[in-house]
Design a protein around this ligand. Structure first.
Ligand code: CUA
Length: 356
């Protein structure tokens, strides 16, 4: 009878502590906003793990502490405790139950993973290119439109076809839950269906060099109508000849895959390289101690020969590829529109508009 009373008390305590601990765990390690269909099944597994962890911890600790307190040695009691030889039934139980649990979790995970990677006939392809240290996205269904920010229509199944041109990077938007590496020399895939309109941030989740932490990109989940408008805005831009140099500079900054926006902010925030806000006319200290004033000539040199004059405190990571990239683009515009454009002059004109 006494034994039954102890068992009932301990069982009740185990249950209460387990529920309280589950509550603490799920709040302490609260998951970020769930913004994709894939988040549901993954979060369900997380919650189940939290529940099991809470129950097992409580089961062991409550029994140990209860025994230590309730059955402690009484004053004057010098007898040995009863000699116990083990309990075969109990040992079989605490071996078999965890084995079944672990196998159950493994099966659950396999089924979930299979569902997450299964192609959807309605999916839209978005190409993802990664390199040290920027992301570029392309939309094959929209004339291979390229963008430095990732826009996605809500409730549309997406398959990312991902490539890396140098080292391993990793595509990770916490709100989408799923994550996938980009491996040089092969294509990798990731499927998501965004379910919540909003702005998110893509972070590279694989250490990929000294500017790894800055390898981020804006992710915008838009309504179908807003997504169409986003595409139109980029596709139906007027001819370059009709734009002012400042307008063209702003366009080069965030489009055409030059990647300026990946390393230079225009709002003063610090990315891989110096912000362009208030850059023109600013006095900068260089790595070698010299000071310069940012003018046309400095910007010109900094784009064509980026390693020559590094601003103190910033990594020497910009590649000397822009002379060729700009020449190709300028030749393309000359062929299309018959006008000569100077992309560096456009960028300088744009930077001059970014006054603090
Ligand atoms: Cu790319 Cu870290």
């Amino acid at each position: 009878m006494r034994r039954q009373k102890h068992l009932i008390t301990v069982s009740a305590l185990v249950l209460i502590v387990a529920v309280a601990l589950y509550f603490v765990l799920t709040n302490l390690y609260a998951l970020p906003l769930a913004a994709s269909e894939e988040a549901g099944p993954i979060d369900a597994m997380f919650q189940a793990h939290f529940a099991i962890i809470a129950f097992l911890f409580s089961l062991i600790m409550v029994f140990v502490l209860y025994a230590a307190v309730v059955f402690r040695r009484q004053p004057g009691d010098t007898e040995d405790g009863p000699h116990i030889h083990g309990h075969t039934g109990l040992e079989i139980t605490w071996t078999v139950v965890p084995v079944i649990l672990v196998i159950g979790f493994a099966a659950w995970a396999v089924v979930t993973l299979r569902n997450l990677v299964r192609p959807d006939p309605a999916e839209m392809v978005v190409k993802v290119y990664s390199e040290q240290w920027r992301w570029t996205f392309a939309y094959p269904e929209y004339d291979n439109l390229e963008s430095a920010e990732l826009a996605l229509p809500v409730d549309q199944p997406i398959v990312f076809e991902m490539e890396s041109s140098d080292v391993i990077h990793s595509f990770w938007v916490p709100e989408f839950r799923v994550k996938q590496d980009l491996v040089p020399g092969r294509k990798t895939f990731l499927r998501i269906t965004p379910t919540l309109i909003g702005n998110y941030r893509l972070r590279c989740a694989e250490i990929c060099g000294n500017a790894h932490s800055s390898m981020q990109a804006e992710v915008r989940v838009l309504s179908a109508a807003d997504f169409d408008a986003w595409i139109d805005e980029r596709q139906d831009r007027p001819a370059f000849a009709q734009l002012t140099p400042e307008e063209r500079g702003a366009f080069w900054y965030s489009n055409e895959g030059f990647g300026c926006a990946g390393c230079h902010s225009v709002d003063g925030s610090r990315l891989v390289g110096p912000s362009w806000l208030g850059l023109y006319g600013r006095t900068e200290q260089l790595e070698d101690g010299a000071t310069i004033t940012v003018d046309d000539e400095y910007i010109h040199n900094a784009i064509l020969d980026p390693a020559a004059q590094i601003v103190a405190g910033y990594p020497n990571v910009m590649q000397p590829i822009y002379e060729q990239l700009f020449a190709d683009k300028q030749a393309e515009i000359l062929a299309d529109e018959g006008v000569e454009i100077d992309i560096i002059a456009d960028l300088i004109a744009y930077i001059q508009t970014l006054e603090e």
